[in-house]
Design a protein around this ligand. Structure first.
Ligand code: SF4
Length: 379
């Protein structure tokens, strides 16, 4: 199946085929030297070993309660100052409207992240979760990155654990993977100097996993980072996953430069996107799922990614703002039949999942869940 003349790559391929763990050196070689075709074929072996021919999606809705933010990450086109014309903050009524819209569209999940509004107290953020939960208890709330959780800890003077416990009491179901960017401190200093560092990021996820919450992880690539930073990032994630097993899916996120302070950097192209998907699948041998986030990749690259290591394309994603503010040209949402078409056209079989990777059995906007989507999904 694999004709590989390069002896180093052949050795890495033999390890992958034997199910052995790849080292940092293997990862660097794959990132810098491997041809895309071999990288993709190897990642596809791992992808099909774990998830067969399934490609997962969910029916979800996004809610960014405010774009006002104390930080000024250089890659961010979403944030606003309090007095900016584009600044906004949701009221309770707006929250309820958004959740009811989600319910009407059959959403199983609401994805909540936003800015760090310096005039809002911790109780305001807890209230966001509570209002959503009380409006529609059956919708799973996946909310707040470690950057937000550590901000809540700072403004409330509560520990990370206490913040998470209060959020869970209000209705929090799991956490998304954002805020990771690139863990290397030097890179972080240049792109998002003031926000939570990697130690904090890992501390929040570790604590969340200890409390029984599942979470995701991301990596922002294609800006000023280099191969060594990407491999370091992936290995750190693999290490925590060995310890807790609490991560569900990894989402490589391509940098979108438009309207950011780094707009002089060219956006990564589709081939680079596919390399990152494949590299992630190969290095993160203890993650069940790799997501090709179609909003960011575009539909065609997301389709291709399903043969380069990805097994999930996120969801219907109504009301995405963060990538669209940074120039994403994709639609703000896709209907379920469009997602099915996209997946089938890529030669895969669609399966709707809920946030916790359980198969969704649907009857119109009503739904129930029926067991894990794959043998390794629920620990
Ligand atoms: S990425 Fe998040 S923390 Fe950074 S400026 Fe944007 S909204 Fe604020």
């Amino acid at each position: 199946m694999f004709r590989i003349s390069d002896p180093v790559l052949r050795n890495v391929a033999d390890k992958v085929l034997a199910g052995e763990r790849l080292s940092a050196e293997d990862g660097l070689y794959l990132d810098e030297k491997a041809d895309l075709q071999t990288l993709g074929q190897l990642a596809n072996v791992v992808r099909e070993r774990r998830n067969g021919n399934w490609a997962y999606y969910n029916t979800n809705i996004h809610l960014n309660p405010t774009n006002v933010c104390v930080y000024r990450c250089r890659f961010c086109a979403f944030r606003a100052d309090l007095k900016d014309a584009k600044a906004y903050t949701f009221t309770d009524e707006m929250l309820r409207e958004r959740v009811l819209e989600g319910r009407a569209s059959g959403a199983t999940e609401i994805h909540v992240v936003g800015g760090l509004h310096h005039q809002k107290k911790f109780e305001w953020y807890v209230n966001v979760v509570r209002v959503i939960h009380e409006t529609c208890p059956e919708i799973h709330i996946k909310a707040w990155t470690p950057v937000e959780i550590s901000w809540f800890s700072f403004i409330s003077k509560l520990s990370i654990r206490d913040v998470l416990e209060k959020m869970v009491d209000a209705g929090l179901g799991s956490m998304p993977g954002g805020g990771a960017e690139i863990f290397d401190p030097e890179v972080r200093k240049q792109i998002c100097e003031h926000k939570a560092d990697s130690d904090v990021w890992f501390d929040v996820h570790r604590t969340a996993h200890q409390l029984g919450l599942r979470s995701n992880a991301t990596m922002l690539y294609g800006h000023i980072e280099k191969a060594e930073h990407r491999i370091d990032h992936l290995l750190k994630l693999r290490e925590l996953q060995d310890e807790t097993g609490g991560f569900q899916t990894f989402i490589p996120l391509a940098f979108h430069p438009e309207n950011t302070e780094l707009s002089h950097i060219e956006k990564p192209d589709g081939l680079f996107d596919l390399r990152m998907i494949a590299l992630s699948r190969l290095m993160l041998d203890n993650f069940d799922h790799i997501k090709a986030y179609w909003i960011m990749l575009g539909q065609q690259t997301a389709q291709l990614a399903l043969s380069y290591g990805a097994d999930d394309i996120d969801g219907t994603v109504v009301h995405e703002l963060i990538y669209h503010d940074a120039g994403a040209k994709t639609p703000e949402g896709m209907k379920v039949d469009q997602i099915h078409h996209l997946i089938r056209e890529a030669g895969r079989e669609p399966m709707e999942r809920d946030t916790l990777y359980r198969r969704v059995v649907r009857n119109g906007r009503d739904w129930t869940v029926a067991g894990p989507v794959c043998a390794t999904s629920v620990r």
